[in-house]
Ligand binder design. Structure first.
Ligand code: UD1
Length: 375
């Protein structure tokens, strides 16, 4: 039976691509079946990234689409279980912390199929984040927990999970980054394609992404953040890759006009190679994304994270990341520090070396053999 590898939303794809490749190249004994839940479906959020990452087309697409958390999670569960019946499953491997991650882990656990969680043990300790709930529960269900930083092991121990279940392998997202960097799209090309003059960013630019419900679902938070971005854009051109959730909300709040500002360049969600090109040459990145905190640390680019907390503390302790919260004044102060003093310098964390997926494949092959002998 194959290992069912599950992806659902954009940040899953860069984590899964190197894993699928490592299994195929190193371990013919680990055949995989790629299952896409369909949580993300737009071409910009989905198809382009598959192509950029050389991810094979999914073997199965469950087509769940957008809905409330309860409905989305339930739909994934209902549609995933028959896939197990049809194809069998030696194990179910999930990555990250989106609704699809938890839904498939829960189905597998109830069917007594080994659950493998990649990027386990990260905690923001903020249960208002839907991803935090997904992380805590997925880790409780998992038989094998692959981690990206050592602090994850303390978090897991605190929740009563046996130490031997967790294995520190490094960061598969950085595998994708290092493998793809040579193919990154230069930002100038991108602007030209969007009909903009690349000279606008000739003296440097910043990159912005915002999509966390806590930042974009309420007008009283999103409004002032947009105002702060407009102010920054007067000092440094900002390229804003706009998530559909954020665009929908701006429209709902009557704030779309606020995007029309000098120095603010608004683009649709970008492909992976475009985003890498943008980040790698940026003066700074302003974001509420989880993955971009790690990518900027790997690239050595200063990052201001527009959140009160992070589940990826190593990016702050060792990397280039600074938490500025959602107060516009703190954001402006952070920007000023980067523009006048160059911002934070960091180092690349342990085992963020491009070989995490190889380590997972090597370990998993042995683990499965042993697990199956014992059960
Ligand atoms: C999800 C993940 C989040 C991740 C983010 C990356 C959860 C709980 N959240 O949040 O961790 O950082 O993906 O993007 O799983 N939409 C489209 N087209 C799409 C997908 C979404 O237009 O292809 C719109 C829909 O209006 C939808 C909204 O965006 O209601 C939110 O999408 P959803 O997948 O529910 O959550 P994200 O905010 O994308």
């Amino acid at each position: 039976a194959p290992i069912l590898c599950v992806v659902g939303a954009r940040p899953n794809y860069m984590k899964m691509a190197p894993i699928i490749r490592a299994f195929a190249v190193q371990h013919p004994r680990l055949p995989t079946l790629l299952v896409h839940t369909g949580q993300h479906y737009d071409a910009a959020m989905n198809d382009r990234l598959f192509a950029d990452l050389d991810l094979p087309a999914p073997d199965v697409n469950l087509g769940v689409g957008s809905a409330s958390h309860a409905v989305q999670t339930a739909e994934v569960m209902k549609r995933f279980e028959p896939i197990i019946d049809q194809h069998g499953a030696r194990a179910v491997l999930v990555v990250g912390d989106v609704n699809s991650t938890l839904a498939c882990a829960l189905v597998a656990a109830k069917r007594d199929i080994p659950v493998i969680h990649v990027e386990a043990g990260l905690r923001s300790y903020d249960r208002r984040m839907p991803e935090e709930i997904n992380r805590v529960l997925t880790d409780q269900l998992a038989d094998l927990l692959y981690t990206t930083e050592r602090s994850a092991h303390d978090n897991l121990a605190r929740e009563g999970l046996p130490a031997e279940r967790a294995v520190f392998v490094g960061n598969v997202m950085i595998d994708s980054l290092l493998a793809s960097l040579p193919r990154a799209v230069p930002p100038g090309n991108l602007l030209r394609e969007a009909g903009l003059d690349p000279r606008i960013i000739g003296d440097g630019y910043g990159v912005v992404t915002l999509h966390r419900p806590s930042n974009v679902d309420r007008a009283e938070v999103l409004g002032p953040l947009l105002e702060a971005l407009r102010e920054v854009a007067c000092r440094l051109p900002l390229i804003l890759a706009l998530h559909p959730r954020t665009r929908n909300n701006l429209e709902r709040f009557g704030l779309l006009g606020g995007l029309d500002a000098p120095g603010l360049l608004v683009l649709p969600p970008q492909g992976y190679l475009e985003m890498l090109g943008l980040m790698s040459r940026a003066v700074m990145v302003l974001t509420d994304s989880g993955g971009m905190q790690e990518e900027t640390t790997a690239l050595g680019v200063p990052c201001l994270t527009i959140r009160e907390n992070t589940e990826r503390p190593i990016t702050v302790e060792q990397g280039t990341n600074t938490l500025v919260g959602i107060d516009p004044q703190a954001l402006l102060a952070g920007v000023d520090d980067i523009l006048t003093r160059g911002g934070k310098r960091g180092r690349v964390p342990e085992l963020w070396d491009g070989r995490a997926a190889e380590r997972i494949a090597a370990h998993l092959a042995g683990w499965l053999d042993q697990h199956e002998r014992l059960s």
